[in-house]
Design a protein around this ligand. Structure first.
Ligand SMILES: Cc1ncc(COP(=O)(O)O)c(C=O)c1O
Length: 402
């Protein structure tokens, strides 16, 4: 049964929707009973989940450190290209099952782009209008992907104003502010349901060191580190969660001081991670260690990793990798063996105008060369550099006990 679609959606979407029946996507104007619509919506999201394969766990050999096994959890292989595909699915199910999302709900989100891309995808599955409120500095690649899925982009100058502007827009159109920064930790099932942690641990089962010594990720909402930290505690695993933080972010200082009133005037330059305020989904008590990484080191690590993996990664993956290198150096210095898993958050295609553009680096006054050379010498020759950035005290059982 083909359903008429309002003209503002792209030709591809019209073609896409007119071919498929209501079984796969929900279209407007069906006047279903509210519960029937919610049931159909949940079924469609679960069916989409069922059609999706899990993301890969990619080993990366370190000849200079044979006793340490490094892996990348490649979240760029999700249908919408980032780790935010999991969160978007959870937020939609959370909104539907809370009775907040209905047949005519306009959805609004404050995002650095990745979450908005994934939410636009699910909004299209349910035939709902979606508006992404984002900083004007968001990469054009991300903006066009949101529009490809039928979303609208509402760009603002001040990155710290995305929350209030999203709330204002949602009130204005009597819609729903999905609010990932508040609900990420609540909407994600941290005990199972193939969350990121469960997926990593099940894919590590046949490895030499199946329980990673460290899992390294960044924090935007804090949802990823909350899920990882809770899951490993729930499963009573001797594994630590290390969270990296870029410049212009409050998470590192908040982790060390506990002061949740901290603020930053500027937004982070590493898209997706680092926040100008302490987000409600960032759970400090389930993080075991934090590493602050300068942007130049993050981008150098992104470029180096993209070169050695043979495909481009996003900036936050570079930040994660730089943090992991320091943990490798620690384990090597201790003479201990084990495995480390790094979250590969998204692909580099989205950052051609920034991290992979030399003139943008020059404009930002960022010189990656010394960091790039230091990373290369460390990974390939085992020559330990003096790391840039800062480390928090560790409160990880495993690190302390050994
Ligand atoms: C590319 C990228 N990496 C990492 C993160 C951090 O994830 P989380 O919001 O779960 O803390 C985000 C969040 O938006 C992201 O977009």
């Amino acid at each position: 049964m083909a359903i008429d679609i309002v003209s503002k959606q792209s030709t591809t979407t019209v073609l896409y929707v007119s071919i498929l029946s209501v079984d796969l996507v929900l279209c407007r104007g069906l006047n279903m009973q509210p519960r029937e619509w919610i049931n159909t919506a949940v079924r469609i999201i679960e069916a989409d989940f069922n059609r999706s394969a899990d993301t890969h766990l990619v080993p990366y050999p370190l000849p200079a450190f044979p006793k340490i096994h490094l892996y990348f959890k490649d979240e760029s292989s999700h249908p919408t290209g980032s780790l935010k595909h999991r969160l978007a699915r959870s937020l939609f199910l959370y909104g539907l099952c809370n009775g907040w999302i209905h047949e005519r709900t306009t959805l609004v989100e404050a995002s650095s782009g990745s979450t908005a891309i994934s939410e636009a995808y699910f909004a299209r599955l349910l035939g709902l209008p979606f508006i992404a409120v984002m900083p004007k500095s968001t990469s054009p690649e991300k903006i066009s992907q949101i529009e490809f899925y039928g979303g609208k982009c509402h760009l603002i100058d001040d990155p710290t104003a995305v929350y209030d502007e999203s709330r204002r827009l949602a009130t204005q159109c009597k819609g729903l502010f999905l609010d990932q920064f508040t609900y990420a930790e609540r909407a994600t099932d941290w005990r199972s349901n193939n969350n990121l942690a469960e997926s990593i641990l099940s894919q590590m089962q046949s490895e030499v060191h199946p329980i990673p010594r460290w899992i390294v990720c960044g924090a935007g909402t804090g949802g990823t580190s909350a899920t990882l930290g809770r899951y490993i505690r729930y499963r009573r695993l001797d594994c630590g969660v290390c969270v990296v933080d870029p410049e212009n972010s409050v998470f590192f200082d908040y982790f060390v001081s506990g002061n949740c009133e901290l603020r930053c005037a500027r937004g982070s330059r590493i898209e997706g991670i680092g926040r100008p305020r302490v987000e409600r989904s960032f759970l400090r008590d389930v993080v075991d260690l934090m590493v602050r990484v300068p942007d130049a080191a993050s981008i150098a690590a992104t470029r180096y990793l993209s070169q050695v993996l043979g495909r481009q990664c996003g900036g936050s993956t570079g930040t994660n990798f730089y943090g992991a290198l320091q943990l490798i150096a620690d384990m090597h210095a201790e003479g201990s063996e084990g495995s480390i898993v790094v979250v590969l958050c998204d692909g580099g295609q989205r950052y051609q105008h920034t991290y992979f553009c030399d003139s943008w680096l020059a404009q930002q006054g960022i010189d990656i060369t010394p960091h790039y050379q230091a990373i290369q010498r460390f990974v390939e020759l085992g020559v330990k550099p003096s790391w840039s950035g800062e480390r928090s005290p560790s409160c990880c059982l495993s690190a302390a006990s050994r």
